[in-house]
Design a protein around this ligand. Structure first.
Ligand code: FMN
Length: 367
């Protein structure tokens, strides 16, 4: 049996296989509420055969959204919309080989209030449906951006509570796992990186101080969830900028999270600074995941241009990671897990409506 199709435990949760659909913003919500787009999108991913689908960065308060069209989970209306979509998708999926659904809870911090990517992604001013973003310090992402408002003590408490409340709502509507967005230059990463955190209080300066707020958010989320729901932290393991957040600090952060009971870490990179220099190539972030896993022993998800089944299997077989994340590759080919099973000699559970697609000449793919 290929390792890619070996079940994996994330805390008390067992995944059918080690293919994780990485979170992908859809910019298709209305006032934070999920729409019919989410129904077809999550339906498609739910039928993909992946072990875990982590749904897009979901704002824990309205100002946490990257764009005004982002998904949210901050009140009864957003909870009802997303809960309804999840229940309708789940009701159609085969019970055997059940896909698990996780949700990424996030706060965009200074990168909030932008237009959708296909509309240019420029900052949306407050008088055009946007808002002034919050951040650790009043340092904009791009020099031309409006400076964010530095969170004061009340603001920190509000955001912490918003993460915990959203986690409670996620558990209530049936998510199997919660991922905290600590990557890609969004709020928690902004606290971690010395390039975006210039605070002089207990939340800035030393590494211990810069980790304080992200660790508080983790603890608040963990405490808000029942024990059977695992928590994953997504990190950018480096800013790819001299003097920024780096792998060594990431390992210390991961160790602090492990000591607090983190179930898994999802290792990405970059997004904090427009000055980043990234040599993008197949599996370019795998060495970062490998280093975090080796140093901490945490259950680790590697991600980033993992597009080939043999490549994915090799990452697992050589112990570099415990699961692989896939984003663009599964939008392009939503049946990637089936094709991986065919290539590696594994078998899959599929919806009965689809069983007749077994390709002739290929050994039995469906069980
Ligand atoms: C359309 C799109 C939306 C994304 N949205 C998110 C997101 O909501 N949260 C996140 O952590 N990463 C997001 N990402 C990054 C992916 O999760 C992933 O880390 C990245 O695309 C690299 O993996 P890949 O090479 O398999 O695409 C997004 C990527 C794409 C292509």
């Amino acid at each position: 049996m290929p390792l890619l199709f070996d079940p994996l435990k994330l805390g008390a949760l067992t995944l059918e296989n080690r293919i994780v659909v990485a979170p992908m913003c859809q910019y298709s919500a209305t006032d934070g509420a999920a729409t019919d787009w989410h129904l077809i999108h999550l339906g498609t991913l739910g039928l993909s055969g992946a072990g875990l689908v982590i749904i897009e960065a979901t704002g824990v308060e309205p100002e946490a959204r990257i764009s005004p069209a982002d998904l949210g989970l901050w009140d009864d209306a957003t909870e009802a919309a997303l809960g309804g979509v999840l229940a309708r998708v789940r009701a159609q999926l085969p019970a055997a080989g059940e896909v698990k659904f996780g949700i990424q809870l996030g706060h965009a911090g200074r990168k909030a209030s932008t237009a959708r990517p296909w509309e240019g992604a420029a900052q949306v001013p407050a008088d055009a449906g946007g808002w002034v973003p919050f951040a650790p310090s009043a340092l904009p992402f791009r020099n031309a951006d409006v400076a964010p408002i530095a969170l004061d003590a009340d603001g920190l408490a509000r955001v912490r509570t918003a993460f915990a409340d959203a986690a409670r709502r996620a558990a209530r509507i049936g998510f199997d796992a919660v991922e905290i967005h600590g990557a890609h230059g969004y709020l928690l990463h902004q606290f971690l990186s010395p390039l975006s955190n210039a605070r002089t209080d207990a939340y800035g300066g030393s590494l211990e101080n810069r980790m304080r707020f992200p660790l508080e958010v983790y603890e608040a989320v963990r405490a808000a969830l029942p024990a059977h729901i695992p928590v994953i932290m997504r990190v950018s393991a480096t800013d790819w900028v001299e003097g920024g957040w780096d792998l060594e600090q990431t390992i210390q952060f991961a160790q602090a999270l492990k000591a607090r009971g983190l179930d898994a870490i999802h290792v990405s990179s970059g997004g904090l600074s427009p000055l980043q220099q990234i040599a993008v190539a197949p599996g370019y972030q795998v060495p970062l995941a490998e280093a975090v896993k080796a140093a901490t022993g945490l259950t680790t998800i590697a991600v980033g241009l993992i597009t080939d089944p043999a490549q994915a299997e090799d990452i697992l077989a050589t112990g570099k990671a415990d699961a692989i994340g896939i984003a663009r590759g599964i939008l392009y080919d939503p049946r990637w897990p089936w094709h991986a099973a065919a290539a590696l000699g594994a078998s899959m559970v599929a919806a009965p409506q689809y069983l007749r697609c077994q390709p002739s000449g290929l050994r039995q793919l469906f069980r």
